[in-house]
Design a protein around this ligand. Structure first.
Ligand SMILES: *Cc1c(COP(=O)(O)O)cnc(C)c1O
Length: 229
C-alpha cells in the first residue's frame, strides 16, 4: 500500500472516531486538499474513493481541472481576488471562501453571466486574527441579508478556521462558535439549504468534528508537507 493510501486510511479512521465522540452524530465529508500536490497523488486518493478535492488558487485549479479526467467535486477554498472570480465560477462546484460581501456580489454577477447558481459557503473570521480573511461575526446579519438578495449564489453553509494554537484545546471555543453561527445560518434560509459546516484541517480536525463540523479539509496529513514552488 502506498504511503498516501495508508495515511488516508488513518485519517478516515480518526474521522470516524471523532464522529462517535461528537454529540451531533453528524455525517462528515472529507475534502482532500491537494494544493501543491501533483495530479498523480490526486489520482491515488480518488482511486481510494475520495470525490471531494480542495484547491486554494484558481490558476492551480485550472491546470488540474484540464488534466484530471476523473469526475470529482471541486472545492475552492482560498481567498479569491475579484479578477479571478470569473474563472472560479466556471470551475468550482463549491466556493468555500465567500469571505466578504464584495466577493459575494462579484460571484453573483459572474455566475449570472453563465446562468449558474453558485453554491457557496460564507467564511467567517471568528478569532478576529488580522492575517485571516473572512466576514466578521458582527457582520453576520448584513452578510445574510445581502446574500439573500443575490439570485446567482446559494448559501449552503459556513466555513471557518481556528488559529494555530500551541495548545490544541484552545481551538475548541472557536469551533463552538462556528457551530453556533451555523445553527443561526440554517434558520435564515429555507429548510435543508444550509447543511455544510466546513471546519478542521490536518492538525485540528478531530476537535472540529467533536464540535459539529460536517466537512473537514485535510491536506498535509494525507499528502505530506507541501513543497512551495
Ligand atoms: C491549506 C488549507 C487546508 C489544508 O491544510 P492542512 O493543514 O494541509 O491540512 C484547509 N483549509 C484551507 C482553507 C487551506 O488553505
Amino acid at each position: 500500500m502506498s504511503e498516501i493510501t495508508t495515511r488516508l486510511e488513518a485519517i478516515q479512521k480518526r474521522i470516524a472516531l471523532a464522529r462517535e465522540r461528537s454529540p451531533y452524530h453528524q455525517d462528515v465529508t472529507l475534502v482532500a486538499v491537494t494544493k501543491f500536490h501533483p495530479i498523480s497523488e490526486m489520482k491515488e486518493v480518488i482511486a481510494q474513493g475520495i470525490t471531494q478535492i480542495g484547491e486554494n488558487r484558481v490558476q492551480e485549479m485550472e491546470e488540474k481541472f484540464e488534466l484530471l479526467t476523473e469526475k470529482v467535486t471541486w472545492n475552492l477554498q482560498g481567498h479569491l481576488q475579484r479578477n479571478k472570480v470569473k474563472k472560479a465560477v466556471a470551475m468550482a462546484d463549491l466556493i468555500q471562501s465567500g469571505d466578504s460581501i464584495d466577493i459575494l456580489k462579484e460571484i453573483d454577477k459572474r455566475a449570472g453571466q453563465i446562468d449558474k447558481v453558485q453554491d457557496i459557503l460564507l467564511e467567517f473570521n471568528i478569532s478576529g486574527e488580522e492575517t485571516k480573511t473572512g466576514i466578521s461575526p458582527h457582520d453576520f446579519e448584513e452578510a445574510v441579508e445581502v446574500a439573500k438578495t443575490l439570485p446567482h449564489i446559494k448559501v449552503v453553509g459556513l466555513m471557518c478556521m481556528a488559529p494555530e494554537f500551541g495548545d490544541l484545546e484552545q481551538t475548541r471555543p472557536v469551533f463552538k462558535e462556528g457551530r453556533q453561527l451555523f445553527e443561526k445560518l440554517k434558520q435564515r434560509f429555507p429548510e435543508g439549504q444550509v447543511s455544510i459546516l466546513s471546519m478542521g484541517m490536518s492538525h485540528d480536525f478531530e476537535i472540529a468534528i467533536e464540535e459539529g463540523a460536517t466537512m473537514v479539509r485535510v491536506g498535509t496529513s494525507i499528502f505530506g508537507e507541501r513543497v512551495y514552488r
